[in-house]
Design a protein around this ligand. Structure first.
Ligand SMILES: Nc1ncnc2c1ncn2[C@@H]1O[C@H](COP(=O)(O)OP(=O)(O)O)[C@@H](O)[C@H]1O
Ligand SMILES: [Mg+2]
Length: 381
């Protein structure tokens, strides 16, 4: 069964501004629909309207438009803060709570509780008190308690916003199970990153109006729109847009696997290009040849280092603490003298020159600038 709303407009009171303006949208069965939009754009208001909280519980506002679904449809909402609903219960009781209100036999109730414990893989939590669960586990129990009622449509309004990464991960796998089981689900969240793998349909809302209605991939293709709505998209999608500016005909990707498929042929050509670049003759301003350094205590800090520093390039020297980075660069301006090997500047050995002479060509900026100033002062002195 699909849920269709047509020309829904709403204001919280006659004097208040119009919050939703002529909203048309369809929620199709067994799909995951994402509703995205900046905060204050009207997403939660729309959720209240879809779930019947408006106008049943909040009836001061003005609601116009048409709903196309059967009257006895069951729509349940999972909120951002589940603990309010379930506090003071054991997990089994919390799961039975909503079902009991449906007037089912106790046999049917246990059946429903069993089935959601299995569906969401939370059998291990059944004897726990809700108050002792982690945020993610609590949210999973809340989702399970809603599912036990077998709603036609589950709406989650920012279900992971108060959860840590582990909790987010748990809810992500819960939503995965739901989709596999054919549950029709709406997720309201401007962070599309955590559930991007399972979204079928995206509706974008801005200032109470629908500004986008399409598939996930169509939404990800429109980078400026995602930015305008403040939607967080997966990093892979951001990377795609940056690369697409530079590479023609790049096939869009969302997942790492798709990215690999789209890029693997290009990697080959990029690597051979790189190899070609390396082969082209380069001008080394500075060269280090078979440079070794042993200190007075016998410690060998550098072992036969060979390196060339090209004109106009920024070269980074990487290594763990104590690996010899500073010892190496101190050889470049003559602060250290090689035990063996040489340093050349424009082809001339610098080993015999003084630091002052070398420093006309090679300047060393110290890790601790105060050392540099002291050195300069002592030179002046
Ligand atoms: N109970 C309320 N009474 C009056 N105005 C409200 C109420 N709830 C929300 N609003 C207003 O409706 C607009 C949309 O809010 P909301 O639906 O919560 O947006 P979102 O969920 O996209 O952040 C905001 O301007 C907000 O101030
Ligand atoms: Mg909201």
């Amino acid at each position: 069964m699909s849920f269709k709303i047509e020309k829904i407009s709403y204001q919280y009171s006659a004097e208040a501004p119009l919050i939703l303006k002529n909203i048309n949208m369809e929620i199709r069965p067994a799909e995951v629909t994402a509703i995205v939009g900046p905060s204050g754009s009207g997403k939660s208001t729309l959720v209240s309207i879809l779930s019947g909280v408006i106008p049943e519980l909040m009836n001061k506002g003005l609601l116009t438009g048409t709903f196309h679904h059967k009257d006895d449809v069951m729509i349940s909402v999972v909120s951002q803060t589940p603990e309010n609903q379930l506090f003071g219960y054991g997990v089994e009781d919390a799961l039975a709570f909503g079902v009991e209100n449906l007037g089912l036999s106790s046999e049917k109730i246990s059946e429903r509780v069993e089935s959601v414990l299995n569906l969401l893989h939370i059998q291990h939590l059944r004897k726990r008190a809700v108050s002792t669960l982690s945020g993610g586990q609590r949210q999973a129990v809340c989702i399970a308690s809603v599912l036990a009622m077998k709603p036609d449509l589950v709406i989650m309004d920012e279900p992971v916003s108060s959860l840590d990464p582990k909790g987010k991960h748990l809810i992500q796998s819960v939503v995965n199970q739901l989709r596999a089981a054919g549950q029709t689900t709406v997720i309201v969240d401007n962070n599309l990153d955590w559930f991007s793998d399972i979204v079928d349909h995206v509706v974008g809302i801005d200032h109470g109006e629908v500004v986008f209605d399409g598939t996930r991939d169509e939404f990800f293709a429109d980078a400026p729109l995602a930015q305008r709505l403040g939607v967080i998209v997966p990093q892979t999608v951001d990377i795609y847009h940056e690369l697409a500016k530079k590479a023609d005909d790049l096939k869009p990707f969302t997942t790492v696997d798709e990215a690999y498929a789209a890029l693997k042929d290009r990697f080959v050509s990029a690597t051979s290009q790189q190899a070609a670049d390396t082969q082209s003759p380069s001008e080394h301003v500075l060269e280090v040849n078979d440079l070794s350094k042993s200190f007075a205590d016998g410690f060998q800090a550098l072992k036969k280092i060979n390196a060339g520093f090209e004109k106009g390039k920024i070269i980074s020297i990487l290594g763990q603490n104590g690996s010899g980075k500073t010892t190496l660069v101190k050889h470049l301006n003559g602060l250290h003298r090689p035990t063996a090997g040489s340093v050349t500047y424009l082809g001339k050995e610098t080993t015999t020159k003084s630091v002052a002479e070398i420093s006309r060509d090679v300047i060393l900026v110290f890790q601790h600038p105060e050392h540099m100033l002291l050195k300069r002062m002592s030179t002046v002195n």
